[in-house]
Structures are given as structure tokens and as C-alpha cells.
Design a protein around this ligand. Structure first.
Ligand SMILES: Cc1ncc(COP(=O)(O)O)c(C=O)c1O
Length: 418
């Protein structure tokens, strides 16, 4: 058999497919991390991501960056599926994807049977809000800091079914996790049926004391829904430790998944309380447990191959190592912000209350035109609003923060001193 025939035979067996995207280099040796951590992280950025030198990316909280192994896994799956090289339909939407769910569940800290894959946190949150039976007059309590994807499905339910939605103001900056727990728990009233809140608040990056809130809610018979879009990958977290009933995640933000991947967690005891939203056959097959919620018709499975590759990449570098790096970078961003008297810092000093997101308000009367213009010229991406949020991930370089703060000082800082 010549080489060509051998390749053909291997492909027929589904063993190997030619790659249209080059695999990433192996990760730098861990001894490099111990000897020269800055060089280790710099090589990770250069060798494992497609990010060009000139990009200063500080908005991972809105959309994560897909590393090379993830793109390679997707491309390989697309190629293999285009050739029908495997013996199963190359899709998701009618499949339970048990192996993938088991691997993801082990990382997230829940049972495979409690986990469904979705397209994003938005879809998971809409599925939860849309699928719970509530009556007119039943109350849902939210924080006043929810992302539109966590807030809107309840507002729609209010408009459609006459439930009532109440938003609790979160003190900014909060004094302590205890204060936050107290604010949320004391908001539970006699008609409250659901408490829905973000585990990490989107606009500020503040970490909520999820466990305390969920325990207190459960003791009062109130259902808890946690929007974890910012949690997995930003801070070490196990879903079983959170004590919530429902949970939504967006692994594209911090876990290196490609856009188009989401997570829905439904605690085993709550599975018969939730109606699925998009349905096809098996919508009522409760034996499928959480997988019932991912029977949504034909979808692109390459995305989930990418998600699992992202998860493996994450695990290979290590959850603790990643957290310690990105939190350290956020601390450094916060320290830079503290020195600028014209900023109103919303990220508390207490390390328990933030992970890798730092937020401050720019002066109310500042003209921000020069700031946004210079950010654009220097290819800096942050959130673009007077309440500005910086995200740090493993591809963030110390100099990215320097570049941003230099721009801030030379525009808003100069104005405030004039
Ligand atoms: C707290 C929170 N929830 C939900 C979402 C929506 O996530 P996605 O667009 O991935 O559905 C976001 C997005 O930024 C978010 O910050």
C-alpha cells in the first residue's frame, strides 16, 4: 500500500483526517513557569493564540478569545464531518453527547445528568425563566445589576403572565460579601418564588456570595437561578458548592470555548419543574434528565468539539495557575486605578469580591471623545462607557495595562488637571 492509499484507508476507518489548520505548539514546559513566569505567559500568548502583537485586548468579559487548539479542533471536526469519516451523524441537537457532558460536568462540579449544552448563557437563562410555571402575582427578585439576558426573560414573563419582578439595588462598591448576602436575603418577601442573580455581576465584576444566598433562599422555599456567565474559568467554582437550583454559563468568555457554546445546569430535584423551550421528539422523555433540554434540532457539533478542546487547554495549564495569574493582573489594574484621583473605583479592595474584572467610573463631566479615539488608534479594546470595565486573562500582558492607563492619563487625566 502506498502512502496515499494508507491515508485513504486511515480516513475510511475514521482514524485521521488531514488538517486544514495547523495544530498549536505544545505548551511551554512548566519549569519555564517556575523559572520565568513572565516569559511563560508571553509564550502562551504568542504560541497558543492568534492575537497579533498590536492588539491590546481588555474586554474578555464581553467575548473570550479562542486559542489555537480550539480552532484546530473545530476545523478538524468540520473536515471530518464534511467527509463523513465517522459512523455517527456529525451534529448535535438530537444527541445526548454523554462523553462531552461527562467531561464538562467533572470540571464544573455537577452530575452529567444535570448538565445540558446550549448556545450561550442567554439561551439557558431564557429556557429557565420561560420554563418555570409561575402565577400572576408571584414575585421574582433580581438585582438591579443583571445583564439584559438575565433580566429580560423575567420582564417578558411579567408582561405576558402578570408575575411581578422586583430589582434590589446593589451597593456600589459593596462593603463585604456579608453585606451583599444580607441585601439579597432580606429582599425575599412573602410572594417571592424565585431569586435570580448573577454569580459575578456583569457591569462591575463583583463576586456575589452565592452559597449563602442560595442556602437562605432554599430554607424559605424560594427557587434560585444563578447567572454564571462570568464564573467558570474566571474563578475556581464547583456548581455543587453553589447550592443553586438552576445555573446558566457562557464558556466562551473565560473558558476558551468558541462563541456559540452555553451551559444549562438543572439540579436533579428540579428537573420536573422546568419545561423545555425549543422542542422536538423526546421533549417529554424525562429519562434523558437534563439532556432533554438540548433536543433542539440539527446544530453544528464542531462548536462543542472546540469547547472540549478549550476545556482541555484550560485544564492543561491548570485552574489554579490561571486564576492566580488573571487575578494578579486584575489586582495590578486596580492598583493603577487607585492612584488616579479622578476615577471612582467600583471594585472593592477585598480580594474575595473580584476575580479578573476591575471597574471604575470616569468623571461625570469628562469629555471622553479623546479617550475613545486614542483607544481606537492604539487598538485597545475595553468596554466603552463612562463606567469602564477592564478584563484580564492569560493572554493579557502587563504592558497592555500600561498602554491603557497611559492613554487614560493623557486624555481624561490631563483634562481633570486642567
Ligand atoms: C452576567 C451575564 N449574563 C449573561 C450574559 C449573556 O451572555 P451570552 O451573550 O454569552 O449569552 C452576559 C454577557 O456579557 C453576562 O455578562
Amino acid at each position: 500500500m502506498n502512502r496515499r492509499e494508507m491515508l485513504g484507508a486511515a480516513a475510511l476507518l475514521g482514524a485521521a483526517a488531514p488538517r486544514i489548520v495547523r495544530a498549536a505548539a505544545p505548551l511551554p514546559d512548566t519549569t519555564l513557569f517556575e523559572r520565568e513566569p513572565e516569559r511563560y505567559w508571553s509564550r502562551i500568548r504568542k504560541e497558543q493564540f492568534f492575537l497579533p502583537e498590536w492588539r491590546v485586548f481588555l474586554n474578555n468579559g464581553s467575548l473570550g478569545v479562542t486559542p489555537r487548539p480550539v480552532v484546530a479542533a473545530m476545523a478538524e471536526y468540520m473536515e471530518r464531518s464534511a467527509g463523513l469519516l465517522m459512523d455517527e451523524y456529525p451534529r448535535w441537537g438530537y444527541e445526548t453527547l454523554d462523553e462531552h457532558r461527562a467531561e464538562m460536568a467533572a470540571f464544573l462540579g455537577c452530575k452529567k445528568e444535570e448538565l445540558a449544552f446550549m448556545h450561550n448563557a442567554t439561551e439557558a437563562l431564557s429556557t429557565i425563566a420561560g420554563g418555570l410555571d409561575l402565577r400572576p402575582g408571584d414575585e421574582v427578585v433580581l438585582t438591579n445589576q443583571e445583564h439584559p439576558s438575565g433580566r429580560s426573560p423575567w420582564l417578558m414573563k411579567q408582561a405576558r403572565y402578570g408575575i411581578s419582578v422586583r430589582e434590589v439595588p446593589i451597593p456600589l462598591p459593596p462593603k463585604s460579601p456579608e453585606q451583599l448576602a444580607d441585601v439579597m436575603i432580606s429582599a425575599i418577601g412573602p410572594r417571592t418564588r424565585v431569586l435570580a442573580f448573577s454569580g459575578i455581576l456583569s457591569a462591575t465584576g463583583i463576586i456575589m456570595p452565592v452559597r449563602q444566598i442560595c442556602d437562605a433562599a432554599r430554607a424559605k422555599g424560594v427557587i434560585t437561578v444563578v447567572d454564571g456567565a462570568h464564573m467558570n474559568g474566571q474563578i475556581p467554582v464547583k456548581l455543587s458548592d453553589l447550592g443553586c437550583d438552576f445555573y446558566a454559563g457562557s464558556p466562551h468568555k473565560w473558558m476558551f470555548a468558541p462563541a456559540g457554546c452555553g451551559i444549562l445546569y438543572v439540579r436533579e430535584e428540579m428537573q420536573d419543574r422546568l419545561w423545555p423551550n425549543t422542542v422536538t421528539g423526546n421533549w417529554d422523555n424525562t429519562k434523558l434528565q437534563a439532556a432533554r433540554f438540548m433536543m433542539v434540532g440539527t446544530n453544528n457539533r464542531a462548536i462543542f468539539e472546540g469547547m472540549i478542546a478549550g476545556l482541555r487547554f484550560f485544564k492543561q495549564i491548570g485552574e489554579e495557575r490561571i486564576y492566580s495569574r488573571i487575578h494578579q493582573m486584575a489586582k495590578s489594574a486596580r492598583a493603577k486605578a487607585v492612584r488616579l484621583p479622578y476615577l471612582e473605583l467600583l471594585t472593592p479592595d477585598d480580594s474575595r469580591m473580584y476575580g479578573a474584572l476591575v471597574t471604575f467610573r470616569l468623571p461625570r463631566d469628562a469629555d471622553l471623545t479623546a479617550l475613545w479615539k486614542t483607544c481606537k488608534e492604539k487598538r485597545i479594546w475595553t468596554t466603552q462607557s463612562p463606567q469602564l470595565r477592564l478584563s484580564t486573562h492569560i493572554h493579557t500582558r502587563p504592558r497592555d495595562l500600561d498602554v491603557f492607563f497611559d492613554v487614560l492619563e493623557s486624555t481624561v487625566g490631563r483634562q481633570s488637571r486642567a
